[in-house]
Design a protein. Structure first.
Lengths: 279, 397, 231
């Protein structure tokens, strides 16, 4: 197994270390994340004073790089800023040369991560081994909760839309009751009237679905533009996929047609004289 | 026959459409109520949580939020002593948060440890048994989860170990402690196995060694009104520390959850739009259907204002019915949505996103009523300008 | 017979009414003048499209003439605001329509009370008067029934009672028997006769020859003109 060591330690700017040479440097090389560099006006070559507490800041650091961190949804709402140092430099800075928070372990191709974790845990004392998948699953719990929340809101919205649709379709169809009555008087079959109303409902549903898809696309673009600027990140917040469009259009079309069917069925099964207002 | 009675009868005459409209408004009202609760509930709930034991101010290591990192304050006891000498301060106590282990049969279970000063603590409430005494080096408090994991009860003993050394497979520190009480840790998430001892004991057990360290210091001002000024003064006296009032922490928390606040505004707006659309459409179609009736009323001398008032009353009746049903529905859906959001990992169990309060319900109802009434404007205008003669002519054909 | 010496209740001078239809102008009235004295029973007869209903709407203040003027009890309608005109219709005129136009959700009594409620008459008083009027038209036993539960003739009688609610000086009726069968129409006929005998001034637009025959004066119309007034 190959290994590399990581150490995380939080200070007034959050220090974030990547592995490197085993020997501590006199003047520490520091990589600064872009946002921190912009806020402090740092450029490559500038020096920093670092320390494990507010004072004393005894260690000198030189900005050797400015980097753009990987967009992390879990981090965007926090106002934390990171720098990276070589492990020995940070360890010396913190006065704990032989201490880390966690190890990352890379397996040879073909080796089972679950098996490796089990083996490690059997002999572990004072630590636990987790597969990356398990950690990813654990750390994505937050987003699963958000997804569930979104889904719940979506369900409520769909129910409200269905009721709204049914109400509107009923109203629209009832507006035509005199026309329907006259048609029945002159002998037009129920099926024909029903079909005409259903076609109308389907057309309205189709138009609405297309309009809604366009609106969703615009809203999604606006959401991404806004939150990318708000959080200063490249993350995608709203993603509209063909599958989502297909599902939404199918659902809205289906709801519209069902609502139209119910309204039309009700109309054609009402006696013509009642429709005329004389029944 | 009052206008209200007339409106109710008109609505009852078209039962199905009225029922659907009321249900539609109710769902929108429920959504509106939930979003109003969400927009204000988050920070209120958090503020209440922070003030659960009356401590209005927190001191933490510079640049960190309470329990947000592993950073600690050194010389914690001298900070506390200095604060306790301050006449504006009623109480001050340090808290150390750490991780440690407990022996459960043959295995070690991971626990969250709190080192506390029982005479001035703001992080737990005793549910069974008793609190720790000030110098009780042999006592421990457990959360219900920890008690379950360690199979311990009040009066029993638990074995806590810290500073594990994987090289030699031993614990650097081990303590046998007597369970004094089962407590609810105010900031614990659901099921969190937490234990608490007096501060020196936990400092000994803590992984970073038995230094005089604490994660934060809680401060209680003599009055809530004096807390902001006290916080300001402490910032000047302790420039190397972060000093947070409850308002400061709520502000940070709001920032972290800004998405929910914005989402709540968007969804609340959409709910209102749906309500307006529904009422406006229903009333407009109703007015169009009853133009003949309206023209007749105008012809026999019923004034525009009476006709317009009737339209508004019908809209108001629909809105009120929808609002009443919606509030009941909203309280139910709020519980459901709250159960989803409070399952966020690491969120204190005592925290709620949707908190029903009288002012929230009143605000939502008022907004809905005003909006529903305004929704009647267009159909009322249609009714008011109904041309009498032309309508009667077309009715006759 | 025209009650000679009675004051003029209604006068219309040189009334014209044009309205657009499909891009062309329809001349519904082409300079019509008439006068109605208190206590008269005037029928306006003519084929469809002769302008009868249009004339009725103008003299009732429901519509505005393109030219000419209407006076009711000495007041020119074109000098009144919409609110004043509405008030006039409420307190001085009574309307009866071919299709009754009762409010379906209200009972017979409530329909009759409606104009009185609008006029600000207290509840007790208007309730009593409504029942009195329903008794006058022979429907006191149907006072609590909804309008939709009444027959055509009954609905029209309720409409007449409603029109009488605020003691109008002039009753205007547009084809009051148009939707009724002969027998029921005959009932309305009798009612109108009784109303006029009791002193109500009536102007009735009608196709019904029996109704026209009951009138003291018949005005014949054709193509927007009055052909002549026969007694």
């Amino acid at each position: 197994m190959g290994t590399y060591a990581r150490r995380y330690r939080v200070l007034a700017g959050l220090l974030f270390i990547i592995g490197g040479s085993p020997v501590a440097a006199q003047v520490a090389e520091v990589a600064v994340e872009r946002r921190l560099a912009e806020e402090l006006g740092l450029a490559v070559g500038d020096t920093l004073r670092l320390g494990p507490a507010v004072e004393p800041l005894t260690t000198l650091g030189v900005v050797s790089a400015i980097y753009e961190p990987m967009p992390d949804p879990a981090e965007i709402a926090k106002r934390e800023r990171h720098i990276r140092m070589h492990l020995p430099d940070l360890a010396e800075l913190l006065g704990a040369p032989d201490r880390v928070d966690r190890y990352g372990v890379g397996l040879r191709p073909g080796a089972s991560a679950d098996t490796a974790a089990r083996v490690l845990n059997r002999t572990a004392f004072g630590y636990r081994a987790y597969t990356s998948r398990a950690i990813a699953s654990e750390s994505s719990q937050t987003f699963l909760v958000v997804s569930r929340f979104h889904r719940a809101i979506a369900v409520i919205t769909i129910v409200a839309s269905a009721v709204f649709l049914l109400c509107i379709m009923l109203l629209k169809v009832e507006e035509r009751r005199l026309d329907a009555a006259v048609m029945r008087f002159v002998g037009v079959r129920r099926r024909t009237i029903f079909g005409a109303l259903l076609l109308e409902a389907a057309l309205i549903a189709a138009l609405g679905s297309v309009a809604g898809s366009g609106l969703a696309y615009l809203a999604g673009a606006a959401t991404n533009a806004y939150y990318r600027r708000f959080f200063d990140t490249g993350l995608t917040f709203s993603l509209i996929t063909p599958e989502i469009i297909a599902f939404s259009v199918g659902l809205s079309l289906g709801l519209g047609i069902v609502a139209g069917s119910v309204a039309a069925w009700r109309l054609v099964h009402t006696r013509p004289l009642v429709l005329w207002g004389r029944g | 026959m009052s206008g209200l009675g007339w409106a109710v009868r008109s609505l009852i005459r078209q039962r199905l459409r009225t029922a659907l409209a009321v249900i539609g408004i109710a769902i929108s009202a429920a959504m509106l109520l939930d979003m109003v609760m969400l927009s204000g509930g988050i920070e209120k709930s958090f503020a209440e949580l922070l003030l659960a034991k009356g401590y209005q101010i927190r001191l933490t290591p510079k640049g960190t939020l309470p329990f947000d990192t592993e950073a600690t304050l050194d010389r914690a006891s001298s900070i506390v002593a200095r604060l306790r000498r301050d006449t504006a301060i009623a109480s001050a106590g340090a808290v150390l948060g750490t991780s440690l282990y407990g022996r459960s049969r043959d295995s070690l279970v991971t626990l969250v440890g709190y080192g506390i000063q029982p005479e001035a603590q703001g992080v737990y409430q005793v549910q069974r048994g008793q609190d720790l005494a000030r110098h009780d080096t042999l006592g421990v408090l457990l959360s219900a989860s920890a008690a379950g994991l360690l199979r311990a009860e009040v009066g029993g003993t638990v074995s806590l170990v810290g500073r594990l050394d994987p090289q030699v497979a031993t614990a650097g520190v081990s303590r046998q402690l007597v369970v004094r009480g089962i407590v609810r840790w105010v900031y614990d998430y659901r099921g969190q196995p937490s234990v608490g001892t007096i501060l020196p004991v936990m400092q000994a057990l803590a992984a970073v060694g038995p230094d005089d360290r604490a994660s934060l210091v809680l401060v209680k001002a003599r009055s809530d009104a004096a807390a902001p000024a006290l916080a300001e003064r402490l910032r000047e006296e302790f420039p190397r520390l972060e000093v947070y009032s409850v308002a400061d922490l709520v502000r940070f928390f709001k920032q972290r959850l800004v998405y929910f606040r914005q989402l709540s505004y968007i969804l609340a707006t959409m709910s209102l739009v749906v309500t307006v659309l529904l009422i406006t459409t229903l009333l407009t179609i109703t007015v169009n259907e009853r133009l003949g009736e309206i023209a007749t009323l105008r012809a026999i001398g019923i004034g525009r204002s009476t006709v317009v008032r009737q339209v508004f009353i019908e809209g108001a009746v629909l809105t009120v019915l929808g609002a009443v049903l919606g509030i009941a529905l909203g309280l139910g859906t709020a519980r459901y949505l709250d159960s989803i959001l409070t399952s966020f990992p690491g969120l204190p169990a005592a925290f709620s996103f949707f908190v029903p309060r009288r002012e929230t319900l009143t605000a939502a109802a008022l907004v809905l009523l005003v909006t529903g009434s305004l929704a009647g404007l267009y159909p009322a205008w249609l009714a008011a300008r109904a041309p009498i003669a032309a309508t009667l002519r077309s009715e006759a054909t | 017979m025209t009650p000679a010496g009675e004051p003029t209740v209604l006068s219309g001078r040189n009334l014209r009414k044009d309205y657009p239809m499909n891009g062309a102008a329809v001349h519904a009235l082409r300079g019509v003048s008439l006068e109605v004295r208190s206590g008269e029973y005037v029928a306006i007869a003519g084929p469809s499209g002769s302008g009868k209903s249009t004339l009725l709407q103008l003299i009732g203040g429901i519509d505005v003439p393109s030219a000419g003027e209407v006076e009711i009890l000495g007041t020119r309608l074109d000098t009144l605001s919409d609110r004043e005109l509405t008030r006039l219709r409420l307190t001085r005129l009574g309307f009866i329509f071919q299709r009754f136009h009762l409010l379906p959700v209200l009972t017979a009594r409530e329909n009759v009370e409606l104009p009185m409620a609008e006029a600000g008459i207290p509840v007790r008083e208007r309730r009593a008067r409504a029942l009195e009027l329903l008794a006058y038209v022979g429907l006191e036993h149907r006072a609590g029934h909804r309008a939709t539960q009444l027959s055509g003739g009954e609905m029209q009688r309720v409409a007449i009672a409603r029109a009488l609610a605020n003691r109008p000086v002039l009753l205007l009726a547009d084809e009051p028997t148009g939707e009724l069968d002969a027998a029921t129409g005959g009932e309305i006929l009798s009612l109108f006769r009784r109303l006029n005998q009791d002193g109500t001034t009536l102007v009735v637009v009608t196709h019904d020859e029996r109704l026209a025959a009951e009138a003291g004066r018949v005005i014949h119309m054709l193509d927007g003109h009055i052909l002549g007034a026969g007694e």
